[in-house]
Design a protein around this ligand. Structure first.
Ligand code: FEO
Length: 170
């Protein structure tokens, strides 16, 4: 059993994680259309990670005997202006997700739900890494993006990224 407020917030979080997966797929598609297949690969892996995050929240509710309530997933609706735009939008999106995780953590703290706080600890750390990774992408693009040869090499490097499943086990 979990407190209803925590269940509601986690159900909202499930939707946000699935939306994140959708959003990053949309960004991957943008780069594929622009023939930047390495950037596309990097975002496709983000898509997988976000799906895995959603499933961890699903599993957490179900392991606690709570009902998962799925809702409509918003359509990604960003018109990307240039190659840098998705990177900045991804960074802003991760900041929003961090705030959302922090809100669940604060709600759990208020009612002394230490079990949920312990579960969320992994996400707090994960968000710090995600913010750092996307911030680094923005900075590297700013450094190298204007030079065609450097952009090609960056794209090649991002094409090497492989998916690693979450280290959190429930
Ligand atoms: Fe699941 Fe990138 O937050």
């Amino acid at each position: 059993m979990l407190d209803k407020k925590i269940v509601d917030l986690i159900n909202l979080q499930i939707n946000k994680e699935f939306y994140s997966s959708f959003l990053y797929m949309d960004m991957a598609n943008f780069y594929t259309d622009e023939s930047l297949n390495g950037f596309a690969n990097w975002f496709k892996i983000q898509t997988q990670e976000e799906y895995a995050h959603a499933m961890l929240f699903v599993d957490y509710l179900q392991l606690n005997g709570e009902k998962v309530v799925l809702d409509t997933i918003q359509k990604p609706a960003i018109e990307y202006k240039d190659y840098k735009h998705p990177l900045v939008a991804a960074y802003d999106h991760e900041l929003m997700v961090t705030r959302s995780i922090n809100d669940i953590y604060a709600a759990a703290f208020d009612i002394k739900d230490f079990k949920t706080m312990q579960f969320l600890d992994w996400f707090v750390k994960e968000q710090a890494e995600e913010e750092q990774n996307v911030d680094e992408m923005v900075k590297r693009y700013e450094l190298f993006g204007a030079d065609a040869r450097a952009l090609y090499m960056l794209d090649q490097e991002l094409g090497q990224r492989t998916y690693t499943p979450p280290t959190l086990t429930l």
